[in-house]
Design a protein around this ligand. Structure first.
Ligand code: FAD
Length: 387
């Protein structure tokens, strides 16, 4: 028998997260949207509260101080996170780049454990002006100088690039070895030659900045190398599955569910031609399409999460979820705006923001086109996977 019941323990966790978001985060959303930032005192306060409830770094392994959630539970939590702004979720629950888990020796005390405790923030710097989807085409280099490394290059679109204490930077350490010649380094804020060149203003997701980072003859010691030399790209990519599934797939389900709830309420109470607009078939069709779209993706997310919890590596399914969930969210939020009519287009109401915030999910963590390419290539090579 296949059991679709959410276990009691998971339900309790999800309820705790839901209540935290409703009570602590949702009331701050508009302020974050208007100011474009989360006040530092507020960040400390939110972290203290979320740590007390065991909600900080929930998805991180227990042996490094995290909550140790499995993939299904992580996805259920991420769905809830979709009901508020990404900036507040990052500040309250943490957004620790996966590859940090490769820390060894003293690096664990210096970066990994403080990050999981919420004492430091860490960014991930892979993308460059000339290397986006093609992450192996980076031009940033790290050259040996005695025991040290000298890093030169430019990264851009780096989330929280101006806020974090350190950034994991990918750089070519051996140009002869192609993808196996890329390594990653911790580069700390304040290191000579490392600076925020500019903030790159985005369409939505306000509350965090995205920055261009410049590295000019930045000297780092051997202790700043993360993991194995030459393993940078594989270390980075080994964590994308979990993020794409939870941080994009499940998050999109939550964001779309919020849009649907708002649109359903509006369709019930907004009257035109003497009746609620929800009684017109064309509005009903939109609502039916929205809920069905969300349901389909939710099943994809949970099924894929279950496979990961079984120890499998369903990477094609993760790609299917990543692109389908983000495209689904685009369709849902577009219908949401339409149901709200002019109110959907005004900044006086939240739908306009949700529309802008939704757009980027189709772009980061692998664009829709790249994921479709991965899926199709696998079909051509391996045939149809077990669905
Ligand atoms: C808000 C935001 C936050 C981000 N945060 C980070 C971060 O923290 N760290 C980080 O390193 N990066 C970050 N990024 C960068 C992000 O990962 C890249 O934008 C993404 O990988 C796409 O790269 P690109 O923008 O250079 O687009 P390009 O790779 O230039 O792609 C342009 C277009 O061409 C298409 N395309 C490219 N190659 C192919 C192909 N082979 N077949 C078909 N179509 C193709 C793409 O799908 C896209 O439509 C962020 C981006 C944004 C917008």
């Amino acid at each position: 028998m296949i059991d679709f019941e959410v276990p009691e323990e998971s339900r309790l966790l999800v309820d705790t997260v839901k209540r935290f978001i409703e009570k602590e985060l949702a009331p701050l959303e508009q302020k974050v949207e208007d100011s474009g930032t989360v006040d530092p005192d507020l960040v400390r306060d939110l972290r203290r509260k979320s740590c007390e409830l065991g909600l900080f770094a929930m998805t991180y392994p227990r042996d490094v101080g995290g909550g140790g959630l499995g993939t299904i539970d992580s996805c259920l939590v991420e769905e809830q996170c979709g009901w508020t702004s990404d900036a507040l979720v990052r500040r309250a629950f943490g957004a620790i780049p996966g590859p940090i888990i490769h820390c060894q020796g003293e690096q664990r005390e210096r970066y990994l454990l403080p990050a999981v405790r919420g004492e430091i923030d860490v960014g991930l710097g892979m993308t460059e002006p000339a290397a986006g989807s093609d992450a192996a085409a980076i031009r940033t280099t790290a050259k040996r100088d005695g025991k040290d490394w000298i890093i030169n290059g430019t990264k851009h679109f780096i989330t929280d690039g101006d806020f974090v204490d350190t950034v994991i930077i990918s750089a070519v350490t051996d140009p002869e070895k192609g993808t196996k010649g890329i390594s990653t380094f911790f580069v700390d804020k304040g290191t000579p030659g490392f600076r925020v060149a500019r903030v790159q203003h985005m369409m939505g997701m306000r509350g965090v900045n995205h920055a261009e980072l410049s590295l000019e003859d930045v000297r780092v010691g051997p202790e700043q190398l993360l993991g194995e030399e030459g393993a940078g790209l594989s270390q980075m990519l080994s964590f994308v599955n979990a993020y794409r599934l939870g941080g994009v797939g499940a998050r999109a389900v939550g964001m779309a569910s919020r849009v649907l709830a708002l649109a359903t309420d509006y369709a019930r109470q907004r009257k035109q031609f003497g009746k609620p607009i929800g009684e017109f078939q064309m509005i009903q069709e939109k609502l039916a399409d929205m809920v069905t779209d969300i349901f389909g993706v939710r099943m994809m997310v949970l099924n894929t999460a279950w496979e990961i919890d079984q120890g499998r590596d369903p990477r094609e399914k993760v790609s299917m979820v990543k692109f389908h969930a983000s495209e689904m969210l685009g369709r849902v939020v577009d219908r949401g705006v339409q149901i709200f009519g002019g109110m959907g287009y005004t900044k006086e109401f939240i739908m306009e923001r949700l529309y802008r915030d939704a757009r980027v999910l189709r772009i980061y963590d692998g664009t829709t086109e790249i994921h479709k390419m991965v899926i199709a290539r696998s079909l051509m090579k391996n045939g149809v996977p077990a669905l």
